[in-house]
Design a protein around this ligand. Structure first.
Ligand code: GLC
Ligand code: CA
Length: 563
């Protein structure tokens, strides 16, 4: 079957993710909110944004910043009211901006009324909304661990047994085997779709079906992979997603995108094959694991050929069958310019080189707030300044293991913490970067805001912001960049990434220097004619040449008619 040529709006656009807590505060409490987003829509429109994904905005005690929902049909107190939501949605529609909500249904909050009921007694009608097991010799039912550390089981005194939580103990896992629960979720999805939202990003969706009998994990020493591989892709996940499609999604022209934790290229087709009727898109983690040692979790440097391999594998897996996504940043990852680029001397060059990659692959690009400014990682100097529940639990674990040196922990956090992505959006050079007029933003503002901010970036014609605006507009409506075939021309080169995107009529060649060094690069023999410069990140990029000198982090894109 060859149907990737089906044209869909969600293939032709890109997604801009907002982490509402950190975007814009409208009422002086130091926490971003819905009104703040509404006030910022013109800024986003100017950049070229057509689709916004909002991290969760629903009622939540915020153990995991909204990824623990206590009422799926109410707005989080700090973020505003349902009237604010309706106004925001109406203002988006006015500007032809689509809205994707975060669907967090692997687990709820323990403060959700379902769980409040379920934990009361074994015969409570909501008991089967969650996953309960008897302990083993006074211990947890099996050796599963939470993604955020510690056992994945919590004892409940009233029923004298344990409930499962793959994340914190305030995030009990929902029991998808219960049809009544599934019905409630579908109902809730329809509530939002009927309001006019354009789809869902589905949180840890590969985890919703658990392995039969909940067998112990066989630890091999690669902790994260051991856990994730046990929890992802359970036996009924596709049955559930097909049912969700039938019951809900099929009736709407919307976008569904799964967070593909534990999903590898070999599994991709089953989730997003166009004839499978499950999800439209899924985003993978393979490239996020390339700069971490799987055994020690220590940061290691990225080997470019491994990144190319990931991209080739996914392209291959879905060619003619489904559609890919690509991202370098989101609310769970450190900032891409600090991680894959260089955030001091070559901040402009490396951020724009990464933008070029993001917007020229055969995949729907997902970008994250502040990426267009080249926002960088911050430097945490006090563990108390970290908010991320994963980091806080990890520090507790280090201390239990006798690793008590805060300096060592901060060194690790300053590379890996999710908080890097969550520092407030840098609007201008006024106090707190214009994010809030409270003196206390919920998370510290990065001190580089006087230099790196949206006002400055928009005023400077040669900024990262303007490069994003340009490449966004170049991709829009460009058939070759959207639908053209992808071929990696030099899989093994350690510094240079070269690929073509082509249709019968046109060929676009992308040349990226992934290194801070100048590289003298012999063009692969397949390239006989580069054509015109389409976009580049140095002002004096040269035209055709058999070999080319690439400046640090240089990106050059050429376009030629097919001969
Ligand atoms: C996803 C979210 C992350 C959250 C976790 C639990 O990975 O992106 O932020 O902590 O799921 O919901
Ligand atoms: Ca606020």
């Amino acid at each position: 079957m060859n149907n990737t040529t089906t044209q869909q709006w969600w293939k032709e656009t890109f997604v801009y993710q907002i982490y509402p807590r950190s975007f814009k505060d409208s009422n002086h409490d130091g926490i971003g909110d819905l009104k703040g987003i509404t006030q910022s829509l013109d800024y986003l429109k100017k950049l070229g944004v057509e689709v916004i994904w909002l991290s969760p905005i629903f009622k939540s005690p915020n153990d995991d910043n909204g990824y623990d929902i206590s009422d799926y049909q109410e707005i989080m107190d700090e973020f505003g009211t349902m009237a604010d939501f309706d106004e925001m949605l109406a203002e988006m529609k006015k500007r032809e901006i689509k809205l994707i909500l975060d669907l967090v249904v692997n687990h709820s909050s323990d403060e959700h009324h379902w769980f409040q009921e379920a934990k009361k007694s074994k015969d409570n009608p909501y008991r089967d909304y969650y996953i309960w097991r008897e302990g083993k010799d006074g211990q947890a039912p099996n050796n599963w661990v939470s993604m955020f550390g510690g056992s994945a089981w919590e004892y409940n005194p009233a029923t004298e047994d344990y409930y499962l939580h793959l994340f914190t103990c305030k995030q009990p896992d929902l029991n998808w085997q219960n049809p009544a629960l599934r019905k409630e979720i579908y109902q809730m999805m329809r509530f939002w779709l009927d309001k006019g939202v354009d789809g869902f990003r589905m949180d840890v969706i590969p985890f919703i079906s658990k392995q039969e009998g909940l067998p112990d994990i066989q630890y091999t020493g690669q902790l994260l992979f051991d856990i994730v591989n046990q929890y992802a892709n359970g036996p009924q996940v596709h049955e559930f997603l097909q049912e969700m499609h039938r019951e809900v999604l099929a009736a709407y022209e919307v976008m569904s995108v799964g967070e593909g934790i534990g999903v590898y290229a070999k599994d991709a087709y089953e989730y997003v094959g166009e004839d499978r009727k499950e999800l439209n898109l899924i985003y993978y983690f393979d490239h996020m694991f390339l700069d971490r040692d799987a055994k020690t979790d220590k940061p290691i440097s990225l080997e470019l050929p491994r990144l190319k391999q990931v991209i080739r594998d996914w392209d291959e897996a879905l060619k003619g069958k489904g559609w890919n996504t690509f991202y370098l940043n989101n609310h769970d990852q450190p900032r891409s310019v600090s991680r894959f680029g260089e955030d001091t001397q070559y901040r402009y060059a490396s951020a724009t080189m990464l933008a070029t990659l993001l917007f020229t692959l055969k995949a729907t690009p997902f970008m994250y707030q502040g990426e267009e400014l080249g926002m960088t990682n911050t430097t945490f100097t006090d563990i108390e300044d970290l908010n991320d529940v994963w980091m806080r639990n990890l520090w507790a674990k280090w201390q239990q293991e006798g690793k008590n040196n805060p300096k060592d922990f901060l060194a690790f956090a300053n590379i890996t913490s999710r908080d890097h992505a969550r520092t407030p959006f840098q609007w201008d050079d006024s106090p707190q970067a214009g994010f809030t007029d409270s003196e206390k933003p919920w998370l510290l503002v990065n001190t580089n805001y006087p230099k790196i901010n949206a006002q400055e970036a928009q005023a400077d014609k040669n900024s990262i912001w303007h490069y994003y605006q340009k490449i966004i507009s170049l991709r829009k409506g460009n058939h070759t960049l959207i639908y053209g075939d992808y071929t990696d021309l030099d899989p093994q080169h350690p510094q240079v990434f070269v690929y073509v995107r082509e249709t019968k009529e046109e060929k676009i060649t992308v040349i990226l220097n992934f290194s801070p060094q100048e590289v003298i690069y012999e063009l692969p023999a397949q390239i006989t004619h580069l054509g015109e410069i389409f976009i580049s990140n140095y002002p004096d990029s040269q035209g055709e040449a058999a070999h080319t000198v690439l400046k640090p982090y240089e990106a050059k894109v050429y376009c030629a008619a097919q001969s």
